[in-house]
Design a protein around this ligand. Structure first.
Ligand SMILES: Nc1ncnc2c1ncn2[C@@H]1O[C@H](COP(=O)(O)OP(=O)(O)OP(=O)(O)O)[C@@H](O)[C@H]1O
Length: 240
């Protein structure tokens, strides 16, 4: 049984005074197996965020269904923008999805330690660099020990070294707490380094044009030559 079975018969945004209506999905299906790390690649404005929002249950205005392999799965969501609450401390931001009280704060503190930000627990988000804010967002997404983790370009706008450090961190976090991951990116290198399945999307409406399983060893993932080879194999459809 799939961990996530997505079946979107139709999703459209209605026309508003500011713009035309748009059909984003029609007859779209994607099944994700338990423990898979699926990278979703596709052009800007295609519908990738909309897809994650539908899976997360944040957007219910569509025809179709999203089914999960477990009853009441825990969903973690790392948004494109870290979306930290500026009036809450770093610790309070990580504790947000946890039950209130001392146990939640203890878990949030432990997560902050795992992402290397224990020292900043009492700071406010405005003091943090973008890379640190993204670490906090990761800590918050992992704090609930998610069964399914949705990630929307979580490392965009960082320099290459910063993004590489966060990719390492994500791998370490997942090694400790395996989850099924849907990871949106524009970056083929990032997809090849992280994923064990790459799904290339085109549209509109969104359709799957490549669905590539990747069984790379960690040594192969660290090899630029091997990564370039897979990037080429992905073809011209994917950017990055
Ligand atoms: N609330 C909304 N109302 C109307 N149109 C919307 C709304 N949200 C998204 N859209 C439109 O739906 C399409 C898909 O948007 P979405 O944000 O899902 O794309 P995306 O693939 O995630 O893009 P990017 O890679 O740039 O983040 C876009 O054309 C967008 O303008």
């Amino acid at each position: 049984m799939s961990a996530v079975a997505i079946d979107i018969a139709e999703k459209r945004f209605r026309a508003t005074a500011g713009g035309p209506g748009r059909e984003v999905f029609r007859g779209f299906r994607l099944d994700v197996g338990a423990g898979e790390f699926v990278a979703l690649l596709g052009e800007s404005g295609l519908g990738k965020t909309t897809l994650l929002n539908i899976v997360a249950g944040l957007d219910r205005d569509y025809r179709g269904s999203v089914r999960f392999g477990t009853v009441s799965p825990r969903l973690g969501y790392a948004f494109q923008n870290p979306r930290l609450l500026p009036w809450r401390t770093v610790l309070e931001n990580v504790a947000l999805p946890l039950p209130p009280g001392e146990e939640g704060r203890r878990r949030a503190r432990a997560m902050l330690g795992e992402v290397g930000l224990a020292d900043l627990a009492d700071a406010y988000p405005e003091r943090l660099s973008l890379g640190q804010q993204r670490r906090v967002a990761l800590a918050r997404a992992f704090a609930i020990e998610p069964d399914v983790l949705l990630m929307d370009e979580p490392f965009v706008s960082l320099d290459e070294a910063g993004a590489a450090r966060l990719r390492d961190l994500l791998r370490r976090l997942l090694a400790g707490r395996p989850a099924t991951v849907l990871f949106v990116t524009h970056d083929r290198r990032e997809a090849v380094e992280l994923a064990n399945r790459i799904v290339v999307l085109e549209g509109a409406p969104v359709r799957i044009v490549r669905d590539l399983p990747l069984a790379l060893t960690s040594a192969e993932r660290a090899s630029s030559a091997r990564i370039d080879e897979v990037r080429r194999a992905l073809g011209a459809q994917a950017q990055g």
